[in-house]
Design a protein around this ligand. Structure first.
Ligand code: ADP
Ligand code: MG
Length: 254
């Protein structure tokens, strides 16, 4: 059974039907891309998975349990935002520490003076995890810098690093490369694919860019008008499109 499963997901905003009953099983460890033209419902589907949006009907399942009522922060999914949303006044190390939230501390660990002493072990563990994660992402020499002193690609790795510290069951990304210039975007494609290989964590990746989907995915789900028209490995979708609109979208040879 797959860890994440979307079942009969429908979503409308007022009279606009955005998702028309989506069924999708996401496999453990895969790089799944949701790809399709602008407005087809990709972001809405990802936001429903993350818990940032409620479906009109249907179930979101994680580890065999329905999580429709579970808050985003408790789904153990890491949403990496387009803007990377790093705190500008904090160093990269501090940014990566912020996943340790107040509610992760016990009552006594929250007490003044004695609290920080008791929490020190947790703090040390987290510091170690930040170091290790930074090494994997090759941003360990940058930990004392502020986000403004980093390049776009480095900032993205820092944002990923912050998400990784929590060891999520999946990374959710919505057009994470769209703000980058063309050269960096192509560079980051291979960086992300490499990162996925080295982590082995599930990635759910939204893009309108068919080239990105074709080069990075384990499987791609081609969406049009709130439906998944085709789901499969890139070569299969490219060589055997099941629909004229899929063929046109991915640019299959005639
Ligand atoms: P995509 O990410 O594929 O470009 P979206 O999921 O962002 O598509 O949007 C799909 C459709 O839903 C669009 O027509 C969009 O205008 C509409 N939509 C998305 N979010 C809202 C919202 N909060 N309120 C009303 N309409 C929305
Ligand atoms: Mg979108």
């Amino acid at each position: 059974m797959s860890a994440i499963s979307l079942q009969a997901i429908k979503k409308s905003f007022g009279k606009t039907n955005v998702l028309a009953g989506i069924d999708l099983d996401i496999r453990d460890g895969e790089f799944l891309t949701l790809v399709g033209p602008s407005g087809c419902g990709k972001s809405t589907l990802l936001r429903i998975l993350a818990g940032l949006e409620a479906p009109s009907s249907g179930s979101v399942m994680i580890g065999g349990k329905t999580v429709n009522a579970v808050r985003p922060a408790d789904r153990n999914l890491a949403m990496v935002f387009q803007s990377y949303a790093l705190y500008p006044h904090l160093t990269i190390a501090q940014n990566m520490m912020t996943p340790l939230r107040l509610r992760d501390l016990s009552f006594t660990e929250r007490l003044p003076i004695i609290g920080p002493m008791l929490a020190r072990e947790k703090y040390r563990k987290l510091q170690h995890q930040v170091q290790e994660t930074a090494k994997v992402l090759r941003i360990d020499p940058l930990l004392d810098r502020k986000p403004g002193q980093l390049s776009g690609g480095q900032r993205q790795r820092a944002a990923l690093g912050r998400a990784m510290v929590r060891k999520p069951i999946a990374f959710l990304m919505d057009e994470p490369l769209s703000n980058l210039d063309a050269a960096l975007r192509i560079h980051m494609r291979s960086e992300l694919a490499e990162l996925h290989r080295s982590l082995g964590t599930t990635f759910v990746y939204v893009t309108h860019d068919q080239a990105e989907a074709l080069t990075m995915s384990t499987r791609m789900a081609v969406m049009m008008d709130g439906h998944i028209l085709q789901l499969g490995p890139p070569d299969e979708v490219y060589n055997n499109p099941n629909h004229i609109r899929v063929a046109e979208f991915v640019g299959s040879p005639k």
